[in-house]
Structure formats: C-alpha cells, structure tokens
Design a protein around this ligand. Structure first.
Ligand code: ADP
Length: 270
C-alpha cells in the first residue's frame, strides 16, 4: 500500500477549542507525479526515433556512392519516421479524448463497417506474422458514437491481439448484443496477461516486459486510448485472460435503438 500524505492545519477557536483540518494530499501528489511521468515518457518515446533518424541520415550521407547501402538505410528511415508519425498521432488522439466533450456529434454507427475497417487495417500485419483473422458474431448492430474513434479502438485491440500472438495463432473478432449492451470481443491465443498486470495495461505508456524486450513496435498508448474511447461512449473495456492460453478484450457499449437523428425520426413519421 502507498503512503498516505495528509496536510494538517490547526486553527484555535474560542473557549480553548481547536479546529483541526486534515486534507488528504495523496491524490494531488499522485496527479502531479502522473503529469511529470507523462512528460518524461513522451520525451523518452520521441527521443528514440528522432535519434535513430539522425544516425541513419548520417550513415546515408557517408554512403552516398553506394546505392544498395543508401537504399537499405533509406528504408530504415521510412520505418522510423512512420513510427514517429504514429506516436505523434496517438498523442494527439489521447489529448483530444481527454477533453470533456470529446464526442461532439454522436451519430448512429453501424458496427459492421467499424469492424470491417479495423480488420482491414491489421490485415497486412497479420499476414506478415502468419496470424489468421476470423470475423464472426451478429450483423447490423448499432451504437451511438463516432465511427472513426470506434474504428481506432477496435483496430488497437486487433493490432495488439495480432502482435502478441505466436505465428499460426488465431485472432477473432465478433459483435454480440445482450441486455441493451453491445459487446465487441477480440480474442487471441497469445501469451495472456498475468493478474498483476491486468489493471496496469490500460495505463498510459505501460508496456509489459515481454513487449519491451521483443520490441513489438508499440508505444504503450494503445490500450489507454481504447479505454478513453470506451468511456467517452458511455462504455468500458473488459479483460479476460489466462496465462499461456490467450486474452479476450471486450469493448462494452450501450446499444442504440430507434432512429438515428431527428431527421430520420421525421422521415419515419412521414
Ligand atoms: P503497446 O502494445 O504499444 O505496448 P498497449 O497500451 O496497447 O501498448 O498495451 C500495453 C501492454 O499490454 C503491452 O505492452 C503488453 O504487455 C500488454 N498487452 C496488450 N494487449 C495484449 C494481448 N492481446 N496479449 C498479451 N499482452 C497484451
């Protein structure tokens, strides 16, 4: 357990009595630490690809008369700059999602399109890792929200499922509706996540040791983005996992009923 930090103020009152004000500073301190950690983490994550790009550019300049070497290192530069771009995009997404009104104009979203688009975006990665993608579940299920954000959430879950799968593994995604809730489950047969890590994986910049050592290319922001998107849609993310057997991440959202917009309501009444 952490230490409890209290700020105590004592004010003398009349008749020899005193007023003792005890304020719990733990939460304030923790917030301040999180802010500091965040800046340190961002700086660290940016430094790595920027440093690599500098070194690669130097190497390319030195090897100007060796076309094969230039081509090889230029390819590496492309990879590093793509990594940098996706990290910056994730930071932008995260800061937007933390705004209180992140979901400005919720629309009726068809989850078939969301899932299909998310699957499309991880197909190449899945093929290169020899992971099979399986699509199942119910069709035509709808929620209110932002299609682009929901696609990002499902894509991040699929991306993890693929990256943390062993070759020849299977990743499945499907939509189910029950009790006015919609569940989008992403199931993998990877290494699983231990009980002590199940809360932490949703923290910004948290990466498992395995993920760090294997260099799977992530930044540790993916799941915290998913969690924010779920919260902004009035939903949550559930995690079930058995070590050695795999993990299931489920995006749970309120189901949308009835007409999408006042326009459609009018059209239906007419
Ligand atoms: P990243 O994947 O970029 O490291 P995430 O926020 O997406 O960051 O995930 C945080 C950590 O959670 C990962 O580093 C990994 O240790 C663990 N993790 C996420 N998804 C899975 C999964 N499907 N199977 C096993 N571990 C996972």
């Amino acid at each position: 357990a952490g230490t409890l930090r209290m700020q105590v103020r004592v004010a003398p009152l009349r008749h020899g009595r005193v007023l003792v004000l005890a304020e719990d500073r733990t939460a304030a301190r923790r917030l301040e630490e999180m802010r500091r950690d965040f800046t340190a983490n961002v700086s660290h994550e940016l430094k790595t690809p920027v440093g690599a790009l500098g070194l690669l550019a130097e190497t390319v300049a030195d090897a100007a008369d060796e076309p094969d070497t230039v081509r090889h290192f230029a390819g590496q530069m492309q990879k590093e700059s793509a990594r940098l771009a996706s990290l910056v995009q994730e930071l932008i997404d995260l800061s937007r999602l933390q705004e209180p009104d992140a979901l400005v104009d919720p629309e009726l979203v068809d989850l078939d399109a969301v899932v299909a688009e998310a699957v499309d975006r991880v197909r190449v990665e899945a093929m290169s890792r020899k992971v099979t993608l399986v699509l199942g579940g119910e069709k035509g299920v709808k929620v209110y929200g932002d299609a682009a954000l929901l696609t990002t959430a499902v894509r991040n879950l699929l991306d993890n499922a693929v990256r943390y799968s062993a070759p020849t593994g299977r990743v499945s995604v499907g939509v189910q509706r029950r009790d006015a809730l919609v569940r989008i489950a992403v199931v993998d047969q990877g290494a699983g996540i231990g009980p002590e890590q199940r809360e932490r994986v949703f923290e910004r910049f948290y990466r498992g040791d395995e993920a760090r050592s294997r260099e799977t290319g992530g930044s540790g922001l993916g799941l915290s983005i998913v969690k924010h998107i779920a919260n902004d849609h009035g939903g949550r993310v559930e995690l079930w996992s058995t070590e050695g057997k795999g993990s299931t991440f489920t995006l749970v959202l309120p189901e949308a009923y009835g007409p999408a917009t006042p326009d459609e309501a009018g059209a239906q009444a007419a």
